[in-house]
Ligand binder design. Sequence first.
Ligand code: ADP
Ligand code: MG
Length: 751
Amino acid sequence: MAKKGVKNNKQAKRKENRAKEEAALQKLEQLIEEYDPKTQKPSQFQELPISQNLIQGLKEASYSLLTDIQREAIPYALKGNDILGAAKTGSGKTLAFLIPVIEKLNRAKWTDFDGLGALIISPTRELAMQIYEVLLKIGKHFQLSVGLVIGGKDVKFEMERIQKINILIGTPGRILQHMDQSLGFDVSNLQMLVLDEADRILDLGFKKTLDNIVANLPPERQTLLFSATQSKSVSDLARLSLTNPQYIGVKQAEDETATPDSLSQSYITVKLEDKLDTLYSFIKTHLKTKIIVFLSTSKQVHFVYETFRKLQPGMSLMKLHGRQKQTARTETVYKFTKAQHVCLFATDVVARGLDFPTVDWVVQVDAPEDADTYVHRVGRSARAGKSGKALLMLTPSEEEGFLKRLQSKKIEPKKLNIKQNKKKSIKQQLQALCFKDAELKYLGQKAFISYLRSIIINKDKDVFKIEDVDKEAFAKALGLPSAPQVKIKGESKARELKNVSRQLLALSKANDDGEFKEEDKKVRTKYDRMFERQNQNVLSSHYLKIQNDALKDENDDESDSDGEFMSVKRTDHDLVNEDLPDLTAPTSKRAAKRALSKKASLNDKGNAKKLVFDDEGNAHQIYEFQDEDDFKAAGDAKLQKDDFIGKESEVMQVDDESDKKLAKEKKLEKKRKRKEAERLAKEGYNDDPSERDLDAKSDDNSEDERPTKKPKWFQNDKVGGKTSKDDGVLEIEEPETLEDLEALTARLIQD
Ligand code: ADP
Ligand code: MG
């Protein structure tokens, strides 16, 4: 009797609660209906027609006052409008789309059984993670399940859970991969699509992927686009089938710049060959700050990071680029966020959207490819009203042209001059480092080549002129004995590309990292064609891309880095891509020791003791330490000098030869290992196809230490939280017989 009473009581209570919830939801609907975004200008979140749970979540995350873009965009989005929102970097766009996403599903009483309700697309993995973090924080009083799918992680793990996800955040390639592969991943119920950094996702680099994603989505969804730089091309909007979008903040006032007011911007003119000297001096004089240094390619980041670490400027250094393993990338973001005084060398993989607290300086050692990229890079500083500084290095040849590009966005950085007495040259030290360490030297060569490539493929030929690059001086500045000869294979390619605009070409080759990505140069065999034909109904073009890429990797080890536009030659011997070793500069103490041991040591190579390092790490020729009398006794100074130079060049020559041999050995070893791995590989790829090329590389490139500790903020990641196992890239051997072909097909379908 008593028991029954309790039960009845409980039921009644539940009923009452449900009725309350229902009433609250109805009230919300009504408030939204009555809300007039044109006249109502709320200043606090609690004035918005949103649920108490969300207001509570926002409060607990210490958000109380609305930013401008939030005030303007959220009400329209709540009312169901499609939105095209533009607002400066750091102005709070993330909440401007997350709040409507949560509320839409909340009002629809979304549950696990309703499947995917909202899809949020980010151009980079790191940005996807940050959006995910914010969503978890403000949405903690809801039952909605949130998932993160990004490349470089365990795809199987994600697949098992993806069907239960209500709000999915991810990078384009990985999202499409799940659409193609994950059973039970049903998007037919989707209510909302969000593109963060929309202009980037809409550009040519992601075109195919995005179009394929959108083709799977129901057309009657609501769509929100946000970015700091927004193109409103009609064709783009058509691609997303937007209906009467509300343009919010898209049109900038005449005199308004695209960068935050709290950002102080300056530039210096510096020759290419003096950039690293200037950077080093800059770091030395800003040890108590937090800096992001942008370089144009991963190779340069890698080289500058490795050499600067050895020069020990006196502050902690980090690097982030698309060729690192995802675990290392994630850990770097985490550490950089926490650190107070640190310098991060990075490519444009961190240019967009990432929210690091209190970055004091953004230093652009290499000019950004265009003015939009400039806006995004400098936007990593001066966020949410905080102050920040930006310094741009322009070469004399770029100066006038690039300043004009910035002017068209009303950006006018102040010109600074370098104080000569603060300038310190590190050229000699870099030369000594490269001389001593073959790996560093090859890293330098790679950096050299990749920089030239970045200039060559830049579509803005009025600003970036390859003919103005002093290659010898640049090579010397990187510490190289001479400039690797870079030949531009013009003719046949030029003929082929006659009708393709440069812009299209550059964009189609640009990958996620803003870097050059080589086109598939493999000649297709009849088997490839057969494969494509046979599987027309089974595999999407997306699969075929993967297949082609896998085959390409099979054939070309350095394929993602060294394009067919150029071949590399050196004056003393042919240095082709195949000769380049794994560019593994030692990162751990043990690795460093190994690198300096027998094989890498100059002791093996003859004249090993010519360079001596002083306490500051500066290199000196041994005769500098010679007693003056001894020196004189050895004969005429000029003769001694000539003799010395002669011997040194001999050593360099010998060194180059043995470096080359070492490189070949490494290459063979790498190939052997890959073959082995292939045999062992039973599973499908687990990478983000959009970034696949980059990351597949990093995985067989032991460039980075493997962090053993999982970053804390990553652990509550419901979908992607498991650390990815190693690589899982589907490597495919060239099919030789029909049986091979069938087996291959089976594997692909199975995966
Ligand atoms: P955007 O996407 O426009 O570059 P973010 O959404 O990354 O900007 O926000 C930038 C910073 O401002 C973040 O650190 C975020 O926490 C903070 N922020 C956003 N909205 C608010 C708000 N309403 N009140 C206080 N801080 C906010
Ligand atoms: Mg953002």
